[in-house]
Design a protein around this ligand. Structure first.
Ligand SMILES: Nc1ncnc2c1ncn2[C@@H]1O[C@H](COP(=O)(O)OP(=O)(O)OP(=O)(O)O)[C@@H](O)[C@H]1O
Ligand SMILES: [Mg+2]
Length: 506
């Protein structure tokens, strides 16, 4: 690369500071972004990544510091001003509007910005072109966005960004909702952008992605940049982790303990069917066993978990816990049989964002904390604080309002709920989505500890490596069927991918 002589800095950030009340989210961030590069921003949960990009997209105003764009100091007053400069952002919390069509989501803002109106037909035509370019010609402009999967909602968000004439595209954890195929598609788009000289700021907790597409990177720790504009090719993973965490943790899975031969079957699922989604699913999990489901987004894996839990009502088949049949479509039947589910989408499915953290962490445990009819709040807070510390959730303040936590830290609260509670059967859908490397190790350890203590665990993850690292057995799901079952010792990542691809092509 020739960029070392006189690189063109499209964007320069110097000494950026931003507080929310007493909380200092950014304490001095420096970075430079060059035209046509992929600049990765890394850091643990709560390090300030999303806050940084929100100041660049005009959603937040910095308290101090300077932003230079093409060499000139600028103030980015609001998101429209950012777009006028050529900065488009895909947020971590998808910000598409469910009740509107794909075309409306993409072109609504344009009408306002130009003071004119784009005709429906023109909007539909341009939407089709964008979908084609993004590898999704199947998504029709009139389709209602609320009916799309999170992965496809993200495509809409990306299309909206690309509908503007941009110089910088900011992506905040785009791969968190994607499976491996969709990540390939995303990277293809990123490459297309950089080939046109557009810069990309890319945020992800998956370090292998940084190595694959990053040119340079900046690491944030506790709101400050601790390494700015480093070359990806000259920064080994070990160094990255130690910059982010301040320690040398190992990036590895905890050892598996073989399950006892006489371990009883705790969860037994027979012929479970949800018409039109999945069919004839048989599976069982023994005490102390971790069973993984691997498959692409849309294969039915999350729906299988939700149906076992009674969140959806099976159209046929049965779920038994310790030999006792659960009532189909009844979450309370599952809960009283001591089944827990940590769902994939924390916002819509489980967290009370306006409540303090300890309320969320202990939500399913109220009975245990109720002393003579009164809630023992001090005990709730103590238990929560313990888990927050274990999951490296700093500061460990159980009274904080849940909404003010970073995305990854909200995910940890969701998990803490089940780790405090302890259940006979624990169902985990994407337990480490958006969670940083340090806390991942801790979550892996907690999952293995629970298994060792006799919990039957069923887990779904888009990261095949994670399923293989944690599970004793893996079921491959494709197209709403269990395609194959393998002892995890007998299969590697390629083997799983092979099966998954064959299954979805068939
Ligand atoms: N609206 C807000 N009010 C109060 N505190 C906030 C607010 N938004 C963010 N914070 C705090 O600012 C800090 C940085 O949060 P930010 O969302 O930028 O982290 P992040 O690096 O994006 O983390 P993650 O990887 O979990 O997404 C955190 O301590 C967070 O709790
Ligand atoms: Mg974030």
């Amino acid at each position: 690369m020739i960029e070392d002589d006189h690189p063109v800095s499209l964007l320069e950030v110097r000494g950026l500071i931003k507080s929310f009340g007493a909380a200092r989210a950014l304490k001095g961030v420096d970075l430079d972004v060059h035209a046509g590069e992929v600049h990765c921003v890394l850091g643990q949960n709560g390090a300030g990544k999303s806050t940084l990009i929100k100041t660049l997209s005009g959603a937040h105003q910095p308290d101090e510091g300077e932003i230079r764009w093409n060499g000139e100091a600028v103030t980015i007053a609001n998101p429209v001003a950012a777009l006028e400069l050529g900065i488009a952002t895909m947020y971590q919390e998808l910000d598409v509007v469910g009740g509107l069509s794909i075309a409306e989501n993409i072109f609504l803002g344009h009408e306002l910005a130009r003071g004119g109106v784009i005709s429906r037909r023109e909007a539909a035509k341009r939407t089709r072109e964008l979908m084609q370019r993004l590898g999704h010609p199947d998504l029709s402009p009139s389709r209602e966005v609320g009916t799309l999967s999170p992965a496809n909602q993200q495509i809409v968000s990306m299309a909206r960004a690309l509908s503007h004439d941009i110089k910088l595209m900011i992506m905040d954890e785009p791969s968190a909702v994607l499976d491996s195929e969709e990540v390939n598609n995303l990277f293809r788009v990123v490459e297309e952008l950089t080939n046109q000289g557009i810069a990309v700021i890319y945020i992800s907790h998956r370090l292998e992605e940084i190595e694959r597409i990053g040119d340079r990177l900046t690491v944030l720790k506790d709101g400050a940049s601790v390494g700015s504009n480093l070359q990806v090719s000259q920064t080994p993973t070990r160094e990255l982790i130690s910059l982010m965490t301040g320690t040398d943790i190992e990036h590895a899975f905890p050892p598996r303990v073989p399950i006892a031969d006489d371990a009883p079957v705790v969860l037994e699922v027979e012929n479970l069917t949800l018409a039109g989604v999945f069919e004839g699913v048989d599976l069982s999990v023994r005490a102390g066993e971790v069973v993984g489901l691997a498959g692409l987004v849309g294969s039915g894996r999350s729906e299988i978990l939700e149906t076992i839990y009674g969140h959806r009502k099976a159209t046929a088949g049965s779920v038994k816990v310790n030999g006792k049949k659960l009532k189909p479509g009844s979450v309370s039947s599952a809960v009283s049989a001591d089944v827990g589910l940590s769902p994939e989408e924390r916002k819509s499915q489980g967290l009370l964002l306006e409540e303090p953290i300890y309320r969320n962490a202990t939500l399913s445990t109220f009975t245990r904390f109720a002393k003579a009819g009164l809630l023992d709040e001090a005990a709730e807070r103590r238990a929560t604080e313990e888990q927050m510390k274990a999951l490296e959730l700093r500061p460990a303040e159980p009274n904080r309002i849940t909404r003010t936590l970073s995305g990854g830290n909200q995910q940890k609260i969701m998990l803490a709920r089940w780790l405090i509670h302890g259940t006979e059967v624990l169902i985990l859908d994407e337990p480490t989505r958006g969670v940083d490397v340090g806390a991942r190790q801790e979550i892996y350890r907690l999952i293995r500890d629970l298994a060792e203590a006799g919990t039957a665990i069923l887990i779904v993850s888009s990261e095949i490596e994670e399923v293989l690292g944690l599970a004793d057995r893996t079921l491959i799901i494709a197209d709403g069927h269990v395609l194959a079952e393998r002892s995890t010792a007998d299969i590697d990542e390629h083997g799983v991918l092979d099966l998954v691809m064959k299954g979805s092509a068939a």
